[in-house]
Write a new protein. Structure first.
Ligand code: HEC
Length: 159
């Protein structure tokens, strides 16, 4: 009986560890710093943008204070130049970044700039509390994410 309990506990602990080491933590790999750097950035974007989009869609209740908090963090993230995470030679490893990024660096950089602009606006618009305007700006920012992903991000890890 005790043996069984111990085994069960071990299995539960292993399952919990697997959950914890899922997408959020597995980004970090000190052999692949640029890849880890940019993926961590995108994880932060998604953690703040996701609930804003869900609120606009009515999937979760609208909480204006929280909306402002997420928008504030997205505004802060928009000040980072994440191109440091896309240095030459970092197209390999555990990544979804397509090789086309390095072939069309100027276009990619423009798309990144466009997103940063939309996120800065999102912070301002969210502070007004005008829900229709916020919804529209969430849509505009979402389009900026998508237009880059369509061209430059693979569905799954590539290598
Ligand atoms: C200029 C291009 C570009 C823009 C704009 C962009 N992304 Fe990405 N995103 C990428 C690339 C490239 C990857 C793959 C990075 C890698 O795997 O090395 C990625 C990966 C991701 C990932 C997966 C991270 C992981 O490894 O688990 C998420 C989530 C994500 N982006 C969310 C967003 C959100 C939300 C926005 C908009 C607010 C956004 N992205 C805007 C290019 C972009």
């Amino acid at each position: 009986m005790l043996r069984f309990k111990q085994k069960t506990l071990l299995a539960a602990a292993a399952a919990a560890a697997t959950l914890l080491s899922g997408p959020a933590v597995s980004h970090f790999d000190d052999q692949q710093m640029p890849q880890s750097y940019r993926q961590s950035y995108f994880a932060l974007l998604a953690a703040n943008f996701g609930p804003m989009a869900a609120s606009v869609k009515g999937e979760i209740p609208w909480d204006q204070e929280k909306m402002e908090g997420w928008a504030l963090d997205l505004g802060a993230l928009s000040t980072l130049d994440i191109m440091r995470g896309f240095v030459d030679g970092s197209d390999k490893g555990t990544t979804r970044a397509k090789a086309e990024i390095w072939q069309n660096k100027a276009d990619f950089t423009d798309k990144m700039k466009a997103m940063r602009k939309e996120l800065a606006s999102l912070q301002q618009v969210t502070a007004t509390g005008d829900r229709a305007a916020i919804a529209q700006q969430v849509g505009a920012a979402g389009k900026a994410c998508k237009s880059c992903h369509d061209d430059y991000k693979a569905e799954n890890y590539l290598y």
